[in-house]
Design a protein around this ligand. Structure first.
Ligand SMILES: NC(=O)c1ccc[n+]([C@@H]2O[C@H](COP(=O)([O-])OP(=O)(O)OC[C@H]3O[C@@H](n4cnc5c(N)ncnc54)[C@H](O)[C@@H]3O)[C@@H](O)[C@H]2O)c1
Length: 310
């Protein structure tokens, strides 16, 4: 297993929020990056937009050797040719991604992996049209990819999946495989289930936006950063573990599930959500909130190096 990504050539397609973050991550870990975006202004700005993430990488992973080369490519062909991994970060639009893949596929070398960062499209949505669909995997990061280690992977070629996992691990990411193609992968399904109930509680008047977020961050959110949902209940069963928990509290868990709601994003609910986060932001801009989030994420990542995930 390589300790750095220095031997890899990585093409980044789409230089927006996610593309710039991936680029900073891989470059920091020594990979050579060739980045392309059809909008010249996006390409012109990307190096500047990578500066913040690159500085954060210096804090999170200070001892990984020299960064790789960054090349801004005017043509798709220049970015893709010779790449081991092509990380696609184009807008979330199946038709646009199909058209892009039709141009990318003839340029790929035989072993290369085409990896889509897609949030909510599936491998089955994206693979039609490829001459060899096994070249494609979905490889979904969590925003921001240079700080949050998760990459959720689905594909049909175990060799390509393993190769991609090796590249992500070399950049200190944590790849997790899906056994079956699924909308929202794993983590966004979990996040969506949780947010559905958070919105329902606002709609139903159980609590306001600030109280719900405070309950999450100071309670289960803290525990979930070191212990998964299933493992939490294994410990919730005391000496009896998961089996003991299910015997003792399984029936009450089913009652709790039955009490959960199904909100609609009506105009009133949307207005309350916007008002709630505006109150919670207390005048701070998105940029200031992102900076606060990133400082806390970096501190949490450093703490987890001392006390790893259970
Ligand atoms: N924003 C998130 O939180 C998040 C998280 C995980 C995954 N994703 C996924 O990452 C992908 C990119 O999202 P984003 O938030 O970075 O969007 P973005 O709008 O910030 O960036 C998209 C970039 O793609 C470029 N682009 C336009 N047409 C293109 C084409 N044909 N080929 C290549 N690039 C093209 C745009 O110029 C832009 O720079 C989406 O599939 C999204 O679902 C987003």
């Amino acid at each position: 297993m390589p300790q750095t990504a220095e031997k890899y050539e990585i093409a980044i397609l789409g230089a927006g929020l996610i593309g710039a973050s991936w680029a900073a991550l891989f470059q920091h870990h020594g990979a050579n990056i060739r980045i392309w975006d059809p909008k010249p202004e996006a390409l012109a700005e990307v190096a500047a937009r990578m500066a913040g993430p690159a500085a954060q990488m210096g804090q999170v992973a200070p001892d990984v050797g020299l960064p790789g080369r960054l090349t801004l490519c005017d043509s798709l062909a220049d970015a893709v040719r010779g790449a081991d991994l092509i990380q696609e970060n184009a807008p979330e639009n199946a038709a646009l991604k199909h058209q892009l893949y039709a141009e990318v596929e003839p340029l790929m070398n035989g072993e290369a992996v085409l990896a889509s960062s897609t949030s909510a499209l599936t491998w089955s949505d994206l693979s039609p049209g490829l001459q060899d669909p096994s070249r494609l995997i979905t490889a979904h990061p969590f925003n921001p990819p240079h700080l949050v280690p998760l990459v959720e992977i689905f594909g049909t070629d175990p060799v390509r999946i393993s190769r991609a996992e090796q590249i992500y691990r070399a950049a200190e990411r944590v790849p997790v495989r899906l056994n079956k193609d699924a909308t929202g992968h794993i983590a966004n399904r979990l996040a969506s289930a949780l947010w559905r109930e958070a919105v329902f509680m606002v709609q139903d008047g159980i609590a306001d936006v600030e109280a719900i977020d405070a309950a999450l961050v100071n309670g289960p959110g803290l525990r979930w950063s070191v212990l998964g949902a299933h493992m939490s209940y294994h410990l919730g069963g005391g000496d009896g573990g998961m089996a003991g928990y299910l015997a003792h509290l399984g029936p009450s868990q089913e009652r709790r599930w039955a009490a959960l709601g199904n909100p609609s994003l009506s105009a009133d609910v949307q207005a309350e959500l916007v008002a709630g986060v505006t109150r919670a932001a207390a005048g701070r801009s998105i940029c200031e909130l992102e900076a606060t989030r990133d400082t806390a994420l970096i501190a949490a990542l450093q703490a987890r190096k001392d006390a790893p995930y259970v």
